[in-house]
Write a protein that binds this ligand. Structure first.
Ligand code: NAD
Length: 357
């Protein structure tokens, strides 16, 4: 039994709607297992720009860093698209990731049997897919310098720098190996070592580290091939570890195999506290209509319990309840199928809670 301080950033659009359901499930699991989860809400994203002028107020950073874990909804929307680059909601999210030092992003792509037909890929190819993409999150080309746009008129040039230190590579590779050890002991490291020097260093460091993990079967794959293999034969993968830009693209591709963005959870770990959020954005097109699927957020709560608070039994309980809801034929609109019963956002949260009890 424990007391945990959870910071919650509901954000914009459907962020607050799905956060409500995540907190509902968290409180229910607390009630069942004898834990107290005290949730405190903070501002970030568009709502923070409206209320404070900036997408990530200092108070949010302080509050989040003083908590045990962060549950994050979604940020952004058309209202803030004309903000200057440095003051966009997304800039707040990047800054928050940096402040938390969460250098490892874990993105599961699980094809639930009940939803296999929702994928655009043939059912026999994707049924049984269960991949974890481990993406480096605070380095690489998104953060490397020099960067910018220089010159005038036709002579303008834009440039970014892809840079990784051996230390950065080793720490993310270690997360990859540890994750593989807790799963099926297969790790595929994705790079572009045939072209990029930074990728050759990546490959060398990963190979060196593999000596510490003799049980893990390590393979290396070029990113272009990985993009193809994910579609051709996704079941060949257990854990994929890769850098920031490749991971950004491949994790979206892997998640699309599952066919429904409303089911996808993620975790960002490695810093003092973990950061747990659904993969989807603020979905302005369905905001305020009780149409949002809260299962991605509830999956993020599961990841928070497992990877953030190390409450594995509690995480398993949430996972079982989520799977049971699908088995029982309950669906939100985005994953609706013939013969199933359609629920709204809060009914789906309630259905998960009922199956927890
Ligand atoms: P989106 O993920 O918000 O929506 C894409 C499509 O998926 C929409 O049709 C939406 O209705 C649907 N969808 C998303 N989540 C759903 C859910 N839980 N249940 C049912 N349907 C769902 O992506 P977008 O439309 O490209 O972006 C909208 C805004 O969100 C933009 O401002 C973007 O910058 C922002 N965004 C934020 C994050 C984040 O906060 N981490 C991530 C991605 C996009």
């Amino acid at each position: 039994m424990g007391d945990y301080n959870i910071s919650v950033i509901p954000g914009d659009g459907i962020g607050p709607e799905v956060c409500t359901e995540g907190i509902k499930v968290l409180n229910k699991i607390g009630e069942i297992c004898g834990h107290t989860f005290s949730c405190t809400e903070y501002l970030a994203g568009g709502i923070a720009i409206d209320e404070t002028g900036v997408p990530l107020p200092e108070e949010t950073i302080k509050g989040v860093l003083a908590s045990d874990s962060l549950l994050f909804g979604a940020i952004g929307g058309p209202k803030w698209e004309d903000q200057p680059q440095h003051n966009k909601p997304e800039a707040g999210l990047l800054q928050l990731r940096k402040e938390l030092g969460a250098f490892a992003n874990l993105r599961p792509a699980i094809v639930f049997d009940e939803l296999a037909e929702a994928s655009t890929i043939k059912t026999e190819i994707i049924r049984g897919t269960d991949i974890m993409v481990v993406r480096e999150l605070t380095g690489g080309i998104y953060f490397g310098g020099p960067r910018g746009i220089e010159g005038e008129g036709e002579n303008r040039k834009g440039f970014n720098t892809m840079v990784y230190t051996a230390e950065e590579i080793e720490r993310i590779a270690r997360v990859g190996f540890d994750t593989a050890m807790a799963r099926n002991k297969k790790l595929c490291s994705v790079d572009k070592a045939n072209v990029l020097d930074v990728s050759q260093l990546w490959r060398d460091v990963v190979t060196e580290l593999s000596k510490e993990y003799p049980e893990v079967e390590l393979s290396h794959m070029y990113v272009d091939n990985a993009a193809m293999q994910l579609i051709r034969d996704p079941k060949q993968f257990d854990v994929i570890v890769t850098g920031n830009i490749f991971g950004d693209i491949l994790s979206d591709e892997a998640s699309q195999l599952t066919g429904s963005i409303g089911m996808l959870a993620s975790a960002s770990v490695g810093g003092p506290i973990g950061f747990f959020e659904p993969v989807h954005g603020s979905a302005p097109d369905i905001t305020g209509q009780a149409l949002a699927n809260p299962l991605a957020m509830i999956g993020s709560v599961e990841m928070m319990l497992r990877y953030g608070l190390k409450l594995h039994d509690e995480a398993d309980k949430v996972n079982n309840a989520l799977r049971q809801v699908l088995k029982d034929g309950l669906r939100t609109g985005d994953i609706m199928q013939d013969g199933c019963q359609q629920l709204n956002t809060s009914q789906m949260g309630d259905a998960v809670c009922e199956r927890l009890a």
